[in-house]
Design a protein around this ligand. Sequence first.
Ligand code: NAP
Ligand code: MG
Length: 488
Amino acid sequence: MAAKKTINQGVEWNYSPALESTSHVKLKSKYDLYIDGKWVKPQSKKYFKTINPANEDVLAEVAHANEKDVDLAVKAARKAYRNVWSKMAPSERAKYIYRIARLMQERARELAVIESLDAGKVIRESRDVDVPLACNHFFYYAGWADKLEYAFPNRKVEALGVAGQIIPWNFPLLMAAWKIAPALAAGNTVVLKPAETTPLTALKLAEIIHDAGLPSGVVNIVTGYGDTGASIVNHPDVDKIAFTGSTGVGKIIQKAIAGTHKKSTLELGGKSANIIMDDAPIDQAVEGIVNGIFFNQGHVCCAGSRLFVQEGVAEKVIEKLKHRMDSLIVGDPLDKNTDIGAINSKDQLDIINGYVKIGNAEGAEMYQPKCKLPKSGFYCPPTLFMDVAQSSRLVQEEIFGPVLTIQTFRTVDEVLQKANNTPFGLAAGIWTDKGSRIFNLTTKLRAGVIWANTYNKFDPTSPFGGYKESGFGREGGLQGLGAYLKMN
Ligand code: NAP
Ligand code: MG
């Protein structure tokens, strides 16, 4: 395999490939549904393929659950809730959740490699971010399971019952952890559907849950397409829908459950502003910009996809940013040198390329470093668009890829107006030397999460979620636990 190129002060360097091994990974060629503690053939009799987007190889076939399969899963979850999980001492429930976390840690390497194979994300990120954070969510919520009355003092708390959970493809294992861990800690049982392009780590998690000895039916994993998700949403015996995904599907779900007893949390799309003030530490800010938009190929709901730079430092920031982009390595996700891996699917690559076309047609100035992309698989180089209007579709719509728009501003009022002028309100970043500026901006930006002098930092203890069309409800922290409880 060819070594990759990077540029440092005009000199080209080649890195030797540093490929993560896949020999320790055990994947079945065909996966059934995990229902009631067993692997069950789908009533639909249908399977679909999940591929590696880095080279288009088929990784496995996965069951496509239909309405009847979802009904079996919900029935199993209801039975487990009624007969076992709701009757178990909370301290016993906590032990199971701890055990899941420990088993995930033991199999961390395998989980990281499978995540990179199935999703196209770089191994450094799955190994150092996705998998450890996913384990930490189970550890964190295990700690709360027997302390619910301390978590919510003077409230009488009760589990909701059966939680239907639907997750996207950008952080497959992490999103499964964000959903399953608090639901179990609060005493609920679960039916979870992973995204169609990235079902494998959720199925591995089912194996881990099985090995942890979790009572049958407490967690059920049903794979499938959007119609499988819709069957969960529309099932009359589901008490809560926890959805992470696009704003479009979020709206469909909200309509579908309107007027029912179902509770819901919706974690939807974003178009977050990353704001660089003229007194910011420029080198750190440039790293923050790169991390904000190119982490996970830009497939990040809270990606800092709209950059706002104060006029006095704009030229310097853009020059340093371009230089930094020249050194980013795009390529094989399993290579530890790679910074930007594969785009998750052909469909997503087409969407991103569509936006690149729009930017060029609108006359925005584009910058892409010269990098050779692998011949097979789905790849997109890191991309900047300068001179974009606030009304441009590139500025207003979620692209969900490694594409950054850059706008400049003069005053705080101007940047606040521009930053808030979007249907979304998920996250924001501020870079400045002055604490007073941070407090001023954070109180006026309409975003659920705001980072100051850093970006994309996550921790199980801190709640995450949006305003406006980015959804409602919080995941993580006590708020994330409360979302799975009735409180009287
Ligand atoms: P998506 O198309 O909305 O899909 C999300 C999940 O919903 C998938 O499992 C999908 O199944 C399923 N689904 C599709 N149609 C459905 C329907 N009618 N009823 C029920 N479920 C249905 O989103 P995506 O493209 O996978 O993910 C990207 C989006 O997620 C972005 O907008 C991103 O911002 C958002 N996101 C938000 C957060 C947050 O915390 N706010 C975190 C991560 C991602 P299929 O896979 O089979 O289509
Ligand atoms: Mg895949």
